[in-house]
Design a protein around this ligand. Structure first.
Ligand SMILES: N[C@@H](CCC(=O)N[C@@H](CS)C(=O)NCC(=O)O)C(=O)O
Length: 154
């Protein structure tokens, strides 16, 4: 009998889990790129290494973070609140709930799409409830997997 780690369900979990993690890691890259483009840094030593600000300018810069950069950081934080729980829940789901391949694929695809769309809504400041809807779809998808995993072992 094949182990659960050799099933197409586990393969789908690894595929979509890795894509979700890659999406989240990209937020760090995006933050770095926007920091450089805007010349807006988090620490005084970061400004000092660029060597282009007076002490007063440095103080003012540190006191007023760039609003767009802060938006990207909140978007990243929201990924960090949602993607690691999805990874763990997805693992429980595949290991415990004996799901069909279709069930796995749809849960994983819908979650990934919801997170990508959530970031687009957040970064482009699209009107609500667009971001709320994207967040809710991903959240409900994770809850659906969690409930199925709990039901399977209860
Ligand atoms: N930690 C979140 C929990 C609720 C949540 O994730 N809400 C979604 C839909 S409104 C969101 O995009 N929140 C904005 C954020 O986390 O910065 C918050 O403070 O808002």
């Amino acid at each position: 009998m094949a182990s659960v780690f050799e099933t197409p369900q586990f393969e789908a979990f690894v595929k979509y889990g890795a894509l979700s993690l890659a999406k989240m890691l990209n937020m760090s890259l995006l933050t770095g790129v926007v920091r450089m483009a805007k010349g807006s840094f988090a620490n005084k030593e970061d400004y000092k290494s660029s060597g282009r600000l007076s002490p007063d300018e440095l103080k003012a810069k540190l006191a007023t973070p760039d609003p767009f950069l802060e938006r990207i950081r909140r978007c990243h934080l929201n990924d960090m609140e949602n993607i690691p729980p999805f990874i763990l829940t997805g693992l429980f789901f595949v290991l415990a709930a004996n799901p069909t391949l279709d069930s796995c694929n749809w849960h994983f695809r819908i979650f990934l799409a919801s997170r990508i769309l959530h970031s687009i809504c957040y970064i482009l400041a699209l009107p609500q409830p667009s971001r709320l809807l994207c967040f809710t779809v991903g959240f409900v998808t994770t809850c659906s997997m969690l409930l199925r995993a709990i039901a399977a072992v209860w």
